[in-house]
Design a binder for this molecule. Structure first.
Ligand code: ATP
Ligand code: MG
Length: 415
């Protein structure tokens, strides 16, 4: 079990009062801003864009009211509207079966739409076959030709496009250089590692210089370390080359690492499209709040609405939260609060939400501690606290106070 051991009945030194003043209240006025793609400008220098930031005025791909049904009745994709900006890294994130691959297939031209329109560079593409859409694609299973060398695999897309021999070998060399596999021309796919094969698949998707690249779970077959390495690699390449990327994954962390914006899918509908930080800090829907990171959810009824702060009766307590959307007294709501935004034993009166709780369990996770408590009728409310030693002792069964700011929790409308 190592680091991840639970310690029932054992004392664990806990940073009592650590939450004091460490919470970072969100600004209520920030919420109504449109999705921002400025996060990319905050990156570490190595990953900084060498291409201009995507502009909302330069729409590369547009889904307009797109729907898809395979059987004529159930809609796999339902009235999808989405603009993807030129040179943007946009990720479709959602659970299995939510329609992500279907969207890529329609964009690539391998599946017809059942309704609505897809535009690429302003042109409606319904009747345009895949090979005329000039899109590079990478799938989960590398799909390299096993009987051809790496060089031949890379030259193939150029050959079918009628590029001459000299130009072909130059472009193949450039593509290999881009994925840092110079000198691998004569190997066969079976002589490469999984990560190398995936690099070649990426090089092959880029070798004919498309301006739009689609990737469907390209790292799904790789182990965790290699996957993380390849995430940075993909991002570096996408920034360097300046292509528009539409990327599919069901791994939320991968989506956060890679993307300018993430579109969260559920049952064929987009729940929210935002930059990663907004998605985490300001989820608009219960599905997003549950799907992205960890959240405590407190169900209740709205008892008071004042400007943007909403009071919700949870059990027999009153929780104050930032209201997302319009609420009226009596509406059902679920209040979402991140475990790391809850303070243990805060200074009395510091937060507008302060409740007595009983400690159930404490889990030591190395850099932080996860404390499960019973509070206002909830059996498994989670508080996450950084592991800074020397602050006192909490044991299962102890009574404690927990507190959080109204602006750090969000009252979401129940669908
Ligand atoms: N050719 C097809 N015929 C009938 N149903 C299909 C077809 N392709 C996909 N579906 C159905 O459409 C739904 C969405 O599938 P899709 O492959 O787009 O999901 P996904 O979000 O990519 O999931 P995953 O993360 O598992 O890859 C699923 O219920 C699937 O069974
Ligand atoms: Mg899929």
């Amino acid at each position: 079990m190592g680091f991840f051991a639970t310690m029932p009945g054992k004392g664990v030194r806990l940073p009592l009062g650590l939450g004091r003043g460490t919470n970072r209240p969100s600004r209520p006025d920030k919420k109504s801003e449109p999705p921002s793609i400025d996060a990319a400008s905050q990156e570490p220098r190595m990953l900084k864009r060498q291409t201009p930031l995507p502009s909302k005025d330069d729409v590369h791909v547009r889904f307009a009211g797109v729907s898809k049904t395979f059987d004529g009745t159930s809609k796999i994709v339902d009235d999808l509207d989405l603009d993807i900006y030129r040179t943007e890294f946009l990720t479709l994130l959602g659970p299995s079966g939510s329609g992500k691959t279907t969207c890529l297939m329609m964009l690539a031209g391998f599946e017809p739409t059942s309704g609505g329109s897809i535009f690429i560079n302003g042109e409606e593409v319904y009747n345009k076959p895949p090979h005329k859409r000039n899109i590079g694609m990478v799938f989960q299973n590398y799909a390299l030709f096993p009987n051809m060398t790496v060089g031949k695999n890379l030259a193939f897309p150029l050959e079918v496009r009628g590029v001459d021999t000299t130009e072909r070998s130059q472009r193949v060399a450039r593509a290999l250089d881009l994925v840092q596999l110079e000198g691998f021309e004569d190997r066969r796919p079976s002589q490469l590692s999984g990560g190398q094969q995936q690099r070649i698949a990426i090089a092959r998707a880029l070798v004919f210089e498309p301006d739009l690249v689609l990737m469907d779970e390209p790292l799904g077959a790789l182990d965790r370390t290699l996957r993380e390495e390849m995430q940075y690699e993909i991002r570096r390449i996408q920034r360097n080359v300046g292509v528009t990327m539409v990327y599919v994954t069901h791994d939320q962390q991968e989506a956060m690492v890679l993307s300018d914006r993430v579109a969260v899918f559920n049952e064929g509908r987009i729940q929210q499209v935002s930059d990663p930080e907004t998605l985490y800090e300001q989820p608009d829907a219960p599905f997003v709040s549950e799907f992205i990171g960890e959240n405590n959810h407190l169900p209740g009824l709205v008892s008071e609405v004042s400007d943007r702060v909403v009071s919700v009766i949870v059990g027999n307590a009153r929780v104050k939260a930032f209201g997302v959307g319009e609420f009226r007294v009596g509406d059902a709501s679920t209040v979402a609060i991140r475990p790391e935004r809850v303070a243990l034993s805060p200074e009395p009166g510091l937060y507008s939400n302060e409740f007595e709780a009983v400690v159930n369990d404490i889990v030591f996770l190395g850099d932080h501690l996860r404390i499960s408590v019973r509070v206002i009728g909830q059996d498994d409310f989670v508080v996450k606290i950084s592991n800074i030693l020397g602050h006192g002792l909490v044991l299962p069964g102890d009574r404690v106070t927990i507190g959080w700011s109204a602006l750090d929790c969000r009252a979401l409308a129940l669908e």
